[in-house]
Design a protein around this ligand. Structure first.
Ligand code: F6P
Length: 526
């Protein structure tokens, strides 16, 4: 395993030696530290100078990446080899945004034809040629989907809200608790509502239950034919879509080799395409493709996803920091922490390596976050003075759309990362209350600065996070593209749903805690 090699040992040694160095000392000794420890790809600048990283440590991290076979793995990803080694298939999300390797041309052709069908539908939708019953333009569009079938498109619709068609409302329904859906449907007219059922498997109970409720609500006012003209399906399983009553012309295919949490770029992104239009969605794809190209073609030394992954890995594996906190300083990026939680934790929350051994080192950290300003007034206190350490990633947009308070917003972001770096200065202490006001500083953070929040830049950013996840998975020797833990939860859920639905069902086989809770539920229901 990677931790038994000389590269890992060298990094452990460097971590031991640098352990006593304070971050501010690195700045004192290096007047040009920012330019040495920051990197740009397209419209995204990554400043990692506020980490306990030296040139030696960076070199050692790059050696580790090479020893883990990162260059070969990157080649394998882009040429369509089975990088999803537990399910014996490739990971082809990058093909949805452009072709980088000619050997994938046949797959790309199929992907392109599905994109072209989405484009045509969006064109007809905006020209009101694709309409609801009795020719009414669609006013409300509902995306029914969960996890990867919701988070990516939702992030894009929110982040690019100035571009969203204002004559329509775009809704996302994911939770099986029908409260949200019931409240939503009460405000909508079935004749002008378009429903997108997005589910790669088309077996997810939450999604199907919500979709059935909507179908029942619509069929109370629409004929069968009218109804099927307002239901779109997106899945890898065409038969399941047909069985649900989705007409073939409104079925869109997602390839099994495009993972759910990587599927924004596929037809799963349709609601975002409808909201922002084909041109802007095309820019989003171009931005992501640009990042793919950068990741594939740049040396590891100047490769943004690689460096970003190595900084994270350094903090997690060599500085024992097990939390990654993401703080976007922009209201429109409020969905980013949710999106990243799935992307990072569902991808790299694994412990068995490619050789079947259990990793003796930490893999994916816990990821959480919130809009930066709100987080400041909620949980950032703990990051400044709490006992556990976190690695914080700030995200700011240099040119936003909020001219009024833009400076305050950017200053807030810069102030927080400076406070984590420097803490309070002993000379600011008031005698007698020094201890409890004291912030030690010396807490690592990085900052991603976007030039703007355009579709192109957003595409670059999301693809950057995707590739960071891949790089870390390669070094940790795990598979970023499966999710067997989630599958176990689904299996047990099915069994327990059966038990809860049947009052008489035996619970003798269950563990005592689950048995006790089921008895409490049964008794409360009586
Ligand atoms: O949470 C597990 C998961 O399988 C995710 O990977 C996926 O994005 C989500 O459920 C939804 O799955 P589907 O698109 O098949 O409904």
């Amino acid at each position: 395993m990677i931790d038994s090699g000389p590269e890992w040992q060298r990094l452990s040694e460097l971590a031991r030696r640098s352990g006593k160095t304070a971050l501010h000392e690195l700045f004192d000794g290096q007047p040009a530290r920012f330019s040495e420890f920051s990197l740009r790809s397209g419209n995204v600048l990554f400043d990692y100078s506020k980490n306990l990283i030296t040139a030696d440590i960076r070199t050692a991290l790059l050696d580790l990446a090479r020893a883990a076979g990162l260059e070969q793995a990157r080649e394998a990803l882009f040429s369509g080899a089975n990088v999803n080694f537990t399910e014996a298939r490739p990971a082809l999300h990058h093909v949805c945004r452009g072709l980088l390797k000619t050997e994938l041309e046949p797959v790309a052709t199929a992907f392109d034809s599905e994109q072209a069908r989405c484009e045509k539908l969006v064109k007809d939708f905006h020209a009101n040629r694709f309409t609801g019953a009795s020719g009414r333009p669609f006013r409300d569009i509902i995306n029914v989907g969960i996890g990867g079938s919701e988070l990516g498109p939702h992030l894009v619709v929110d982040a690019l809200s100035p571009l969203v068609d204002k004559s329509r409302q775009f809704h996302f329904v994911s939770d099986i608790d029908h409260t949200h859906l019931t409240q939503l449907l009460a405000q909508l007219n079935p004749e002008s509502t378009l429903v997108i059922i997005a589910s790669k498997s088309f077996r997810t109970r939450e999604t199907l239950s919500n979709a059935r409720q909507i179908r029942d609500w619509m069929s109370a006012s629409l004929s069968g034919e009218e109804l099927s003209g307002q239901l779109i399906g997106i899945s890898a399983d065409p038969r399941a879509m047909t069985n649900f009553g989705i007409s073939e012309s409104l079925q869109f295919r997602i390839d099994p080799a495009v993972g759910g949490r990587f599927s924004l770029w596929s037809p799963v992104g349709l609601i975002a395409r409808l909201a922002i239009g084909n041109d802007a969605f095309g820019e989003l794809l171009k931005g992501a493709h640009d990042q793919d190209r950068h990741f594939l073609e740049s040396d590891l030394e100047t490769n943004l996803p690689v460096i970003m992954a190595l900084v994270t890995l350094w903090n997690v594996n060599f500085r024992d920091i097990n939390s990654l906190v993401t703080l976007p300083y922009h209201q429109r990026l409020g969905k980013l922490p949710d999106y990243l939680q799935q992307l990072e934790m569902e991808s790299n929350g694994k412990s068995y390596t490619r050789t079947g051994e259990k990793a003796a080192y930490t893999t994916c950290p816990s990821v959480f976050g919130h809009i930066g300003l709100n987080a400041q007034h909620a949980f950032l206190q703990q990051l400044h003075q709490g006992t556990g350490e976190a690695y914080v990633e700030f995200l700011a947009v240099a040119k936003g759309n909020r001219p009024l308070e833009e400076d305050f917003l950017l200053a807030s972001c810069l102030a927080q990362s400076r406070a984590l770096l420097l803490g309070t200065h002993p000379k600011d202490a008031v005698e007698g209350d020094y201890d409890f006001k004291h912030c030690e500083g010396n807490r690592p953070s990085s900052t991603l600065l976007l030039d703007d929040l355009s579709p192109f830049t957003l595409g670059q950013l999301i693809a950057l996070y995707e590739h960071r996840v891949f790089v870390m998975s390669v070094i940790w020797g795990i598979n970023a593209f499966d999710q067997w833990g989630v599958e176990l939860g689904k299996k047990l859920n099915q069994q327990l749903t059966g038990i809860l639905e049947d009052e008489q069902a035996s619970i003798a086989e269950l563990d005592d805690s689950t048995r006790g809770l089921i008895l409490a539920i049964r008794s409360a229901r009586q």
